[in-house]
Design a protein. Structure first.
Length: 118
């Protein structure tokens, strides 16, 4: 499954007003050979799990879901390449443009939770 279709399938049930559709070819995200090794399939699965976590935690107000959303947001935002399954390392290995993936995910319309006031 290409990243574009992965993102669409994970977020399919989310209704985002004023979302402009883009035409992105699957080959722009994951080349057919990119998912051939077990390591690359695992990296693809990690990315898909992060997308699913974003969807699960969207607009949920429990402390657990807010923490999950914060962790996933931080993972997507990080440029750390020091560990094998960092967002940047996964994008580099799979031949993905990290900025394009971040933009695509951000356009799904998940606003950050408002800050808590004590």
């Amino acid at each position: 499954m290409g990243l574009d279709s992965m993102i669409d399938s994970v977020f399919r049930s989310v209704d985002v007003p004023d979302l402009v559709s883009e035409t992105i070819l699957p080959g722009q995200f994951i080349r057919p050979s990119a998912a051939s090794s077990p390591e690359r399939r695992l990296m693809s699965a990690v990315l898909e799990a992060a997308l699913r976590d974003l969807r699960r935690s969207a607009n949920r107000h429990s402390l657990r879901m807010r923490r999950l959303a914060a962790d996933v947001d931080a993972w997507f935002a990080s440029d750390d390449e020091g560990w094998p399954y960092s967002f940047r390392r996964i994008c580099d290995t799979l031949g993905l443009d990290a900025a394009a993936v971040r933009t695509r995910v951000a356009r799904r319309g998940y606003p950050p939770d408002p800050p808590h006031r004590c």
